[in-house]
Design a protein around this ligand. Structure first.
Ligand code: AHR
Length: 496
């Protein structure tokens, strides 16, 4: 089979905001306790941060991490997590039926983020709390000093303000599972008033309003329209969340699910633009896809979980080669919407539906989905290019014709290097024919291929490199995309 990819230097989608390679750490399962933080582990530093995990996070190049939830944030009292550790209360976390010791909190996360070379996207509790807790938190985090909350931060050992720019106004407030669920009018009002207070504190803060918890919610997209009716001019981004599954163990359907993500983004964009038109606004609402991933493998194990534990094994999906292909396609969707999607968070980062896994007291390793994320994060910064894809396709019950070739392309800022991220969804090899216009002298410089003879292959502590990319010899005679493979291809203008 053959597929053609055409790119013209003059036809671009938009600049890639590096924050689309963001991720997420929630107080959930072993993300914090036993994940990023494990005092007493042989590889823990003096703060209790696991250095082996930090190394992998830095390698992934995650520019922003959403924290501390998720569903957790909707009944979280941030004040519990600051000050002398021995005085912090142990609480019940209703969202995940766990115990929260608060031995890792706001200050610890800031230190960890610095060590991980990343920034914070802070979520505030609009479930059980509201404007007052939010205004105190932002003063604690960002005010230099001389006031009650900023001086308290200093007393707690953080002389300099944290300087957090990006704030989520609650989490999944439409969800019946959310502590403090709201109607769209209730949420729209509190989002507006909280945004007003935060922007009075600092108009440069960037604020994210909650969209629907996923595109299948019965209130989607009316939720978005009503919420934005209240707060369109006061917030900077609208959030999207979506997780992908393979319930029928049907690989063709599963690989087509990224088409669903594509449509979901288009529907949210259309809803934002409807509100813009209705309000005669000149402002464009951009999107924050701040929870996305494959999530289904752990569902049965989670049902057996014993309640009220610290750091229980929850949402520990072990990812397969198939999942890595889907994640590769999902990243391509984000890149192909670079004009509107400015922030995105792979949910999550460590142990909980994550690219990085750890054993308590043991090793840390890369899951299969680590690889497509790594290649895009490392090589997908610059300008996302418009693509014309001519590929053989297959018929899918939900999405019609789905091309075997899924791709995105990013031209580096200096225009000398073109990265292609390609997934072959088919069981036959695809010969790739790349046609470019306006970029002279491009030659293939790198080809990394991720594939496995068993689509269900996984990485484990015992076999951490079972699914790992291979660098292929660069051939002048055309590129073959192996069956069911993910490929990173870098073309460089000769001499680069
Ligand atoms: O990422 C796991 C959970 O999924 C988050 O806590 C919640 O926001 C979503 O439903």
């Amino acid at each position: 089979m053959k597929a053609r990819l055409s790119i013209d230097k003059d036809y671009t989608i938009g600049a890639v905001d590096k924050r689309i390679y963001g991720s997420f750490i929630e107080h959930l399962g072993r993300a914090v306790y036993g994940g990023i933080y494990e005092p007493g582990h042989p590889k823990a530093d003096s703060n209790g941060f696991r250095k082996d995990v930090l190394e992998l996070v830095r390698e992934l190049g995650v520019p922003v991490v959403r924290y501390p939830g998720g569903n957790f944030v909707s009944s979280f009292n941030w004040e519990d997590s600051v000050g002398p550790v021995e005085k912090r209360p142990r609480r019940l976390d209703l969202a995940w039926k766990s115990a929260e010791p608060n031995t890792f909190g706001m200050g610890e996360f800031q230190k960890w983020a610095k060590a991980a070379n990343t920034e914070t996207m802070m979520a505030i509790n609009l479930g059980t709390r509201g404007i007052d807790a939010a205004r105190n938190l932002v003063e604690y985090c960002n005010h230099p000093g001389g006031t009650y909350w900023s001086d308290l931060r200093k007393e707690h050992g953080s002389k300099d303000p944290f300087g957090i720019k990006l704030w989520c106004l609650g989490n999944e407030m439409d969800g019946p599972w959310q502590v403090g669920q709201k109607t769209p009018d209730e949420y729209g009002r509190i989002a507006y008033e909280t945004a007003k207070a935060l922007k009075l504190f600092d108009p440069k803060l960037e604020l994210v309003a909650c969209g629907s918890s996923n595109g299948h919610m019965p209130t989607f997209p009316q939720w978005e329209a009503t919420v934005l009716d209240h707060c369109y001019e006061s917030v900077d981004y609208l959030s999207l969340h979506h997780y992908f599954q393979n319930p029928e163990n049907n690989l063709e359907n599963f690989l087509a699910s990224s088409v669903g993500m594509d449509r979901f983004i288009e529907e949210v964009v259309a809803t934002c633009d409807f509100v813009k038109a209705k309000k005669r606004s000149r402002k464009q609402m951009n999107l924050s896809f701040d929870e996305w991933n494959v999530w289904f493998h752990s569902a049965d194990a989670d049902k057996k979980n014993e309640a009220w534990q610290v750091g229980p094994h929850l949402l520990e999906d072990v990812y397969t080669m198939e999942d890595a292909l889907v994640v590769g396609c999902l990243i391509n969707v984000l890149l192909r919407h670079a004009d509107r999607v400015k922030v995105a968070c792979l949910a999550q980062l460590v142990n909980v539906i994550a690219p990085i896994m750890t054993d308590n007291g043991g090793s840390a390793w890369r899951q299969t989905i680590y690889w497509p994320f790594l290649f895009a994060s490392k090589h997908g910064r610059g300008t996302s290019m418009n693509l014309k894809i001519d590929s053989p396709a297959y018929e899918n019950k939900d999405f019609g014709q789905v091309p075997y070739l899924d791709a995105s392309a990013v031209l580096s800022e200096d225009g000398c290097s073109l990265s292609l991220f390609c997934v072959n969804r088919g069981k036959e090899s695809l010969e790739l024919d790349l046609k470019t216009a306006g970029i002279e002298g491009l030659a293939l410089a790198e080809h990394e291929e991720l594939k496995h003879s068993d689509p269900k292959a996984t990485n484990t502590a015992a076999a951490p490199d079972n699914v790992a990319p291979k660098r292929l010899a660069v051939s002048k005679s055309g590129v073959q995309l192996a069956p069911l493979s993910y490929n990173f291809l870098r073309y460089a203008v000769e001499g680069n």
